[in-house]
Write a new protein. Structure first.
Length: 479
């Protein structure tokens, strides 16, 4: 029976099972000398060595044991005399569950480039690298829910199809059932969306924040954790067209409360991965060292993956204003020697190189930058008393720059309406949102964290396409 299967992870971690009869199932990683099988079942990146007694199994079975073949093995768990493993399974019976053509299977027991593995994303999870990435990603996802649940937050599911653009950037995927060969239009050439399924123009959500604010006005503290979409033609290692966002919204919070929660949250989820996935993190840390060994010294990471994660969990985050950050950058030797690719002046949107300088060179700890110029931030952020900055915050981490963006939300109806008009946000489409300011408005705040960006940081992967199973990017929607 298949329910008699024992996971390899449990066999490798329980010495009390020595001498017992066990059944395992998994995929062959390697088979050497017609005797030793390295078997993996996905429960751990560690393989279990299966030992076949020479002459015990038929030639038909032996010739079908290839890399990628799935098998069921029953036998005795014994102490291993070989190097690299403490126990091994001496096979009594072996059944091939699924054959694998060795000449056609693209994942051979050798090192493959990440570029190649992206082209076979449907198979790349069978490698140690991607198995580790997605085990860590699972831990992070569970830690997200545990963190908010322990603090009394309610988990809210916000719409994927929406009629509003939260960020006001217009980078939305259109959702329509209109016949593309004969789209109904008005006399002036505009599309007649009244004939569409929803009777109006709709798209895939770029954020659940606005809906989350509605829930926070009743439940006080909520969070969303779901898919978001950006039709942004950015073909970079940091952008995806489809990704997941974590977005808490809290009533009766100001900017400082928001910063405190975000700092605690980041440390909590990273500590969960450090505690629950040490083998995976150690493996990925060594992978990063090996990958960078061929690079010029100046292009290598200054911190190992483990050091980078502890850098975040063991340091209190530095808190500075945007104006202070600009002054630090302008007075830096880096700026004076023209080492920045992008210019520095008050009013710019900080680039990744500026953010990383503040974290890695100047403060040598994570940094929270607050009070950004109001004209580079979204309409819903609270206008400060100086009338030129908003109560925004970005959390900057080593190696990646911004990892969290958030703000205290504008709770004053008149100020919010003025901001919307100034930024050309259509007020008539957001009357439902403005009702939260008309009927019992309170100070409130929230932040957003891209889940893949977080996973990229914790795993040390250089390309965000390697931390999502099936990446959606410009000109790419495979699998």
């Amino acid at each position: 029976m298949f329910n008699q299967r024992v996971k390899i992870k449990n066999l490798l971690s329980n010495s009390e099972l020595l001498g017992s009869s066990q059944t395992v199932m998994g995929w062959v990683r390697t088979f050497r000398n017609n005797q030793f099988i390295a078997l993996n079942d996905g429960s751990t990146i560690q393989n279990l060595q299966i030992v076949l007694e020479l002459g015990k199994f038929t030639d038909n079975i032996i010739k079908n044991i290839n890399t990628g073949t799935s098998i069921k093995v029953s036998g005795e768990l014994i102490v291993s005399l070989g190097k690299g493993q403490s126990v091994e399974l001496k096979a009594h019976t072996l059944e091939i569950l699924g054959t694998c053509d060795a000449e056609k299977f693209p994942l051979q027991p050798k090192k493959h480039s990440l570029d190649f593995l992206r082209s076979i994303a449907h198979l790349r999870l069978r490698t140690n690298t991607f198995a580790s990435v997605f085990k860590i990603k699972h831990t992070l996802a569970m830690a997200v829910h545990n963190f908010f649940n322990e603090r009394g937050f309610s988990y809210i599911q916000t719409p994927i199809i929406t009629g509003n653009d939260c960020e006001g950037a217009g980078e939305m995927f259109c959702v329509t059932t209109l016949p593309l060969q004969n789209i109904p239009k008005f006399v002036n050439g505009d599309i007649d969306f009244e004939a569409d399924f929803f009777g109006k123009k709709t798209g895939l959500t770029v954020s659940g924040q606005l809906n989350g604010e509605l829930a926070a006005m009743s439940l006080s503290e909520i969070y969303t954790f779901g898919p978001t979409f950006r039709a942004e033609n950015s073909n970079t290692t940091r952008h995806l067209a489809e990704f997941w966002m974590i977005e808490p919204e809290m009533a009766f919070y100001d900017l400082e409360d928001n910063m405190n929660l975000a700092e605690d949250f980041i440390k909590f989820v990273i500590n969960a991965a450090l505690k629950q996935n040490p083998d995976d993190i150690n493996f990925l840390s060594q992978r990063l060292i090996d990958e960078e060994s061929a690079l010029p010294k100046d292009d290598r990471s200054e911190l190992s993956l483990l050091d980078k994660l502890r850098f975040v969990t063991e340091n209190k985050f530095e808190r500075i204003t945007y104006s202070d950050a600009i002054e630090i950058l302008l007075n830096s030797a880096h700026y004076k020697k023209k080492k920045f690719k992008y210019d520095v002046s008050w009013g710019i949107d900080l680039q990744s190189e500026h953010e990383r300088y503040l974290v890695e060179k100047h403060f040598k700890k994570p940094v929270i930058v607050t009070n950004y110029p109001e004209n580079i931030k979204a309409f819903y952020m609270r206008l400060n008393d100086d009338q030129k900055t908003v109560a925004a915050m970005d959390i900057l981490a080593p190696g990646i720059g911004e990892i969290v963006g958030g703000s205290q939300r504008e709770e004053r109806l008149d100020v919010l309406v003025d901001r919307m008009e100034k930024m050309h946000v259509p007020k008539h489409e957001l009357e439902w949102y403005l009702d939260t300011r008309r009927f019992g408005s309170v100070p409130h705040a929230g932040f957003g964290l891209g889940f893949e960006r977080l996973t990229q940081f914790v795993t040390g992967m250089n390309n965000i396409r390697d931390v999502i199973a099936f990446p959606r990017t410009p000109k790419n929607c495979e699998f």
